[in-house]
Design a protein around this ligand. Structure first.
Ligand code: PLP
Length: 354
């Protein structure tokens, strides 16, 4: 056994790196050599260990499997021009993880310790960070209730793991989205602002139905009236409306994306007018029909930006102009990508070189 600066380190005996096509990995199904693991019991977190990625044993009565105390994060590490590696705004993901934990009655994790775990893990597997254009190392921290107990109450023990996956360009193409006016992703007072596993389970059926109807994703609306736009699938959503960059305002039903915040700050710094506000479905439809809506796109860590080529309103589907001719989205995407990949200055202080 070795130790990193902070954690026990049990390295793999043989790395799997040589057997992986690092520049063309299937998204989300190739896992790096190591994981970070830390367990919570008796009111405190254990020391934390970096160990080989692998299966684990779990009681069938583990409370996460029954009552759904499970949360996660998604972030990325990027190769830098000098061959180094940088995380992007990790403090924001850590803070959001702890917000999710509080909402689900789970223990929080000391921010400094969390950042050290991320840093040490990515250092241990730095060879797994791809070099290719558009590729990166996807990082998945998560926590679940591990106590074996039947009966609804907060678990007394938890497991926290971080694993990583090299990922290539995640290009799904442009999407057609369906304005959802029956199902709900998140209700006021609910868990929509948390990255809670159950939120995603609940979105599967409405998404499957939308696919049957010829759409790729759902444009979620508010739970109360289904009159205001909230998010697009598992991404935040933005519109270029009358030349302004408009995004639904945050609240407890919208997940506060790091990409959303970054894109809004970048756009503002480039002199664009920004509006974070309620976006009525009726306004969006009128703007799509009149041509005032020139661009629409989802923003999130996994795909970064996804162009919306058509919006399915309840009565009819309205196509937007060809995304190949758009100007705002590609410019914002390029600036964000350069910031993450260490190309040029970092005026916002978002890169954390490890
Ligand atoms: C993760 C997520 C996002 C995007 O957040 P990022 O921090 O930008 O990756 C947006 N909406 C939902 C519902 C999400 O789960």
């Amino acid at each position: 056994m070795m130790t990193t600066t902070l954690f026990d380190f049990h390295p793999v005996t043989t790395s799997r790196l040589g057997s992986v096509d690092l520049e063309n990995p299937a998204f989300g199904s190739v896992f790096s050599d190591h994981q970070f693991r830390m367990d919570f019991a008796d009111g405190q977190w254990s020391g934390g260990v970096i160990e080989p990625y692998g299966d684990m044993s779990l009681s069938p009565a583990a409370m996460a499997l029954h009552y759904g105390q499970a949360i996660f994060e998604g972030m990325k590490a990027f190769r830098q021009p000098d061959g180094g590696v940088a995380l992007f705004r990790p403090a924001d993901n850590i803070a959001r993880f702890n917000k999710s934990a509080e909402r689900l009655c789970m223990p929080t994790i000391d921010e400094g310790r969390f950042l050290s775990a991320l840093t040490e893990l990515v250092k241990a597997d730095r060879g797994w960070v791809p070099h290719g254009e558009g590729s990166s190392l996807y990082i998945r921290p998560f926590m679940f209730a591990s106590e074996a107990h039947v009966g609804v109450r907060p678990s007394e023990s938890y497991r926290f793991i971080i694993f990583t996956c090299p990922v290539g360009t995640y290009y799904k193409g442009n999407v057609k989205v369906k304005v959802e006016t029956f199902f709900t992703r998140a209700a006021p007072g609910g868990t929509g602002y948390a990255k809670a596993a159950g939120n995603y389970a609940a979105s599967l059926k409405p998404t499957a139905l939308a696919r049957e109807q010829g759409f790729d994703q759902i444009l979620w609306t508010d739970a109360v009236e289904h009159k205001y736009i909230e998010e697009s699938g598992t991404m935040n959503v933005m519109f270029v409306l009358d030349g302004k960059l408009v995004s639904p305002s945050l609240g407890d039903t919208v997940l506060s994306g790091v990409t959303r915040d970054s894109v809004l700050k970048i756009a503002a710094s480039q002199g664009m007018e920004i509006e974070e506000r309620k976006v009525p479905v009726a306004e969006l439809k009128a703007a799509a029909e009149s041509g005032a809506l020139t661009e629409a796109f989802g923003v999130g860590t996994a795909a970064t930006m996804t162009a919306i080529e058509a919006i399915g309103f309840p009565a009819e589907t309205v196509p937007l102009g060809d995304p190949n001719g758009w100007e705002v989205m590609p410019k914002l995407a390029k600036t964000l990508d350069d910031l993450r990949r260490g190309k040029g200055e970092d005026p916002f202080g978002w890169r954390v070189v490890i």
